[in-house]
Every structure is written in structure tokens, then in C-alpha cells.
Design a protein around this ligand. Structure first.
Ligand code: ADP
Ligand code: MG
Ligand code: MG
Length: 256
């Protein structure tokens, strides 16, 4: 069975339908890119998968490892190995990156592997050093206060570090590339590529084709008005880069 399946998802906010019959299947070992113009519903989809309480599901199912996650709390979803890159708090005074991540990692480890599987401070420091090295990040990063004075690129690095430590089975990155200069983009992409393994899957949500030069997706989907209207291989992203979204809009306005 697939790792992750969305069937006929209709969802929105305050009675306003934003996702209008969305289907998607993701298998382990696959990187999927979800592209689409602003306002097409990409972030709404990410929030609905995460279980954000402001969003309402009107119809459909989201199956993850065979279970309908729509019946689970956001916490239960995270503990099943689902990871969303925007899920980190804003600046917390006095909490370092390392302390925040140790709490997050141990909460997930206890739920996934058992109460006795939390890491001691020493074990955690070792794991953190290993992941920092893997991501080619400086060790001093871990002792900084979370998000206090972080640049856009550093916030994204903190997310990637969190992902590295949580070892998710399905990771969703919503616009992780937006606002990054080329060096930060490359660092984030290198990190994602280093973390990816055949037992997991990723959904990269992006408006721009640019990040897909660094993270090579196996499948590309285009979202328009709350539905996936086209799916293909990496060549679809290149076509969108060359032609923009307007030709798809024109095509689907005719069909509607
Ligand atoms: P994308 O991420 O593709 O740019 P969004 O999911 O952010 O798209 O938005 C999809 C649509 O839902 C837009 O028309 C937007 O105005 C609307 N929308 C998003 N969030 C809210 C909200 N909190 N309240 C009302 N409408 C919203
Ligand atoms: Mg439908
Ligand atoms: Mg968005």
C-alpha cells in the first residue's frame, strides 16, 4: 500500500471551500513537488495535512500508513512520523535551538519507540553533532536562542535540522525556498538531499521551479483552484518555468 494517499479532499476555512476534490498518492522513496500559482491552495493543503484547527474538512480521506489521519490530533500525526517544515514556534526567549529540539525529538521518540527511548542530554548532543556535521552546519548554531535574530536562511536551516533529528517518514516542506538567496537555497537543498532515503517520502511545495534544480523530484503536480490539474515528471516543472501558469489557467477555464 502507498505511504500516503489523499482521496477526494474537500476542505476550507469558515465554510469557504478552498480544496475542491484533491487526489494524491505518494509512495516511499519518492519526492513529489507540488507547484501552483499564489492562492491555488497549496498552503491550505499543508495545514489540512498537519491538522491545523482553523481548517475544516468537508469530504474525503487522508490515509497515512493505512490510517485516516483526519481523525488524529496534530500531535498524533507528528508522532506517526509526519513532519511539516513550518511547524516550529516563533522566537522563545531563553530557549536554545538545542533545548527546543531535544524536547521535540524526545516527545516523538517516546511516542514512536517507547517511553524508555528518550535521549539523555549527552546522547542528544551526540546525535545533534552528527546531524550538524551531515548538514555542514556550525556547532555554535545549536547554542543560539531559537529564531531570535535568525535570518530567513537560518530559520530554514533550523527547520532542516529539526527534520534531520526527527527522522520523519513523510516530510512536507511548504515554500522552504521562498526568500532565500542562492547560497541559503543551496544549503537547504543539500540538507534535504542528504536526509532523503528510500524509506521516506517528501512533498516539496513551491511556487517557483528554482528549488527543483537542486532537489530533483520524481513527480511534479500542478495545483489550480484547489485541485491537481496536471501531473508529470520533472519536465513539467521546466515547462512551467518556460511557459508560466497562464496556459494551464486558460486550458482549465475552458474545461470548467
Ligand atoms: P497558496 O499557498 O497556493 O498560495 P493558500 O492555501 O494560502 O494558497 O490560499 C488558497 C486560498 O484560500 C486563497 O484564495 C486564500 O485567500 C484563501 N485563504 C487562505 N487562508 C485563509 C484564511 N485564513 N481565511 C480565509 N481565506 C483563506
Ligand atoms: Mg469531489
Ligand atoms: Mg502558500
Amino acid at each position: 500500500t502507498p505511504l500516503f494517499t489523499i482521496e477526494n479532499l474537500h476542505a476550507g476555512i469558515e465554510g469557504k471551500e478552498i480544496l475542491r476534490g484533491l487526489d494524491l498518492t505518494v509512495n516511499r522513496g519518492e519526492i513529489h513537488a507540488l507547484m501552483g500559482p499564489n492562492g491555488s491552495g497549496k498552503s491550505t493543503l499543508a495545514y489540512v495535512i498537519a491538522g491545523h484547527p482553523n481548517y475544516e474538512v468537508y469530504e474525503g480521506r487522508i490515509l497515512y500508513k493505512g490510517e485516516n489521519i483526519l481523525e488524529m490530533t496534530p500531535d498524533e500525526r507528528a508522532k506517526l512520523g509526519l513532519f511539516l517544515a513550518f511547524q516550529y514556534p516563533t522566537a522563545i526567549p531563553g530557549v536554545t535551538v538545542a533545548n527546543f529540539l531535544r524536547l521535540a525529538v524526545n516527545s516523538v521518540r517516546k511516542a514512536r519507540y517507547g517511553e524508555d527511548k528518550a535521549l539523555s542530554p549527552r546522547e542528544f548532543r551526540r546525535l545533534m553533532r552528527e546531524k550538524l556535521a551531515m548538514l555542514r552546519m556550525d556547532e555554535s548554531f545549536a547554542t543560539r536562542y531559537l529564531n531570535e535574530g535568525f535570518s530567513g536562511g537560518e530559520k530554514k536551516r533550523a527547520e532542516i535540522l529539526q527534520m534531520a533529528l526527527l527522522e520523519p517518514e513523510f516530510a512536507i516542506l511548504d515554500e522552504t525556498d521562498s526568500g532565500l538567496d542562492i547560497d541559503a537555497l543551496r544549503t537547504v537543498a543539500d540538507g534535504v538531499n542528504a536526509l532523503f532515503n528510500p524509506n521516506m517520502a517528501m512533498l516539496i511545495i513551491t511556487h517557483y521551479q528554482r528549488v527543483l534544480s537542486y532537489i530533483k523530484p520524481h513527480f511534479v503536480h500542478v495545483m489550480l483552484d484547489g485541485r491537481i490539474v496536471a501531473s508529470g515528471g520533472p519536465e513539467l516543472a521546466e515547462e512551467l518555468e518556460a511557459k508560466g501558469y497562464d496556459w494551464l489557467k486558460a486550458e482549465f477555464a475552458e474545461a470548467a
